[in-house]
Ligand binder design. Structure first.
Ligand SMILES: NC(=O)c1ccc[n+]([C@@H]2O[C@H](COP(=O)([O-])OP(=O)(O)OC[C@H]3O[C@@H](n4cnc5c(N)ncnc54)[C@H](O)[C@@H]3O)[C@@H](O)[C@H]2O)c1
Length: 244
C-alpha cells in the first residue's frame, strides 16, 4: 500500500537516536525527506549519513527545542532547503527517574521546558508554513507516564506528557480549517537509552517492553494518509499496560 509519503518533508525532533531515529528510518523508507533535528548535532549528522547510505534522503540540523531562536533557525533552514514542511514529529524529550521528594525545581523547569514548551515552539513555527500550504501533520510523543502518574519518573515529566495530550487537542482545533491534523502517541516503557533497564516486562500484558520500532510504526501510521480522518487523538502504545 502506498502511504503517499514520497517527497514529503518530515522534521523529527530528537531524530538522532531512539524512537526518533526509528521513525526517521520508517518515514525515509516510504520516500519522505527526513530532517533529523537534535541537540546532539554530531550524532544526528552520523545518523543522517547512515540513513543516506541506504538510499534515503535526509539531513541533520542542530536544534535545542526549548530555545525559540534555535527552533526558528531549524525550521527556516528546512524551508529554505526544501520549500515546505509536511510533517512534524515532536519527539525530543528528557526524563528524570526520581521521586517527588528528590526532584529539584531546576529539573521541574527543565523537563517542562523541553518536553512541553519545546513541543509548542516547534509546532508554532511549522504551523505558519502548514497553514499557508493548507496541509500538515503534527505527531507528538506523550507517554504512559502522563496517563497513570508515572511509575518511576518525576512529577515534572508526568505533567509535561499530560500537557502534550492537551496541546494535541488544541493543535487539532487550531489546525482543522487549514488541513492540519494533530495526534499523539503515548508509549509505555520503551527500550531506548532513556529507559533501558529501568522497567520489567511484567508491567505489560504482552510480556515484553516496547522496542523503539513498535512506537515508530505508529508514528509512521499517524504521519501517513492512513490516518487522514484522525485528529486530536492520543494512541496508546503500551502492550496493554493501560487498557481503557
Ligand atoms: N523510552 C521510553 O520508555 C519512553 C516512554 C514514553 C515516552 N517516551 C518519549 O519518547 C521520546 C523519545 O525518547 P527516547 O526514548 O527515544 O529517548 P532517547 O534519549 O533515545 O532520544 C531522545 C532524543 O531527544 C534528543 N533531545 C533531548 N533534548 C533535546 C533538546 N533540548 N532539543 C533537541 N533534541 C533533544 C536527544 O539528543 C535524543 O536524541 C521522548 O519524548 C520521551 O519522553 C519515551
Amino acid at each position: 500500500m502506498d502511504l503517499q509519503l514520497k517527497g514529503k518533508v518530515a522534521i523529527i525532533t530528537g531524530g538522532a537516536d531512539g524512537i526518533g531515529f526509528c521513525a526517521a528510518q520508517l518515514l525515509a523508507a516510504e520516500g519522505a525527506i527526513v530532517v533529523l533535528a537534535d541537540i546532539q548535532e554530531e550524532r544526528a549528522t552520523q545518523a543522517s549519513a547512515d540513513l543516506n547510505a541506504t538510499g534515503a534522503q535526509s539531513i541533520a540540523v542542530g536544534v535545542d527545542v526549548h530555545d525559540e531562536a534555535s527552533v526558528k533557525h531549524m525550521v527556516d533552514t528546512v524551508v529554505e532547503r526544501f520549500g515546505k514542511v509536511d510533517i512534524l514529529v515532536n519527539n525530543a524529550g528528557i526524563g528524570y527517574f526520581k521521586t517527588m521528594d528528590e526532584e529539584t525545581m531546576d529539573e521541574w523547569h527543565k523537563v517542562l521546558d523541553i518536553n512541553l514548551t519545546g513541543v509548542h515552539l516547534c509546532t508554532r513555527e511549522v504551523f505558519k508554513y502548514m497553514k499557508a500550504q493548507n496541509s500538515g501533520r503534527i505527531v507528538s510523543i506523550a507517554s504512559l507516564g502522563g496517563q497513570i502518574g508515572g511509575m518511576k519518573v518525576t512529577p515534572g515529566y508526568v505533567a509535561s506528557k499530560a500537557g502534550v495530550v492537551g496541546l494535541t487537542k488544541s493543535y487539532a482545533r487550531n489546525g482543522a480549517k487549514y488541513g492540519i491534523t494533530a495526534n499523539a502517541v503515548a508509549p509505555g516503557p520503551t527500550e531506548t537509552n532513556m529507559a533501558k533497564g529501568r522497567y520489567s516486562a511484567d508491567t505489560t500484558m504482552l510480556g515484553r517492553l516496547a522496542e523503539p520500532m513498535d512506537v515508530a510504526k505508529v508514528i509512521l501510521f499517524l504521519s501517513s494518509t492512513l490516518a487522514d480522518y484522525l485528529t486530536g487523538v492520543t494512541v496508546d502504545v503500551n502492550g496493554g499496560a493501560l487498557m481503557r
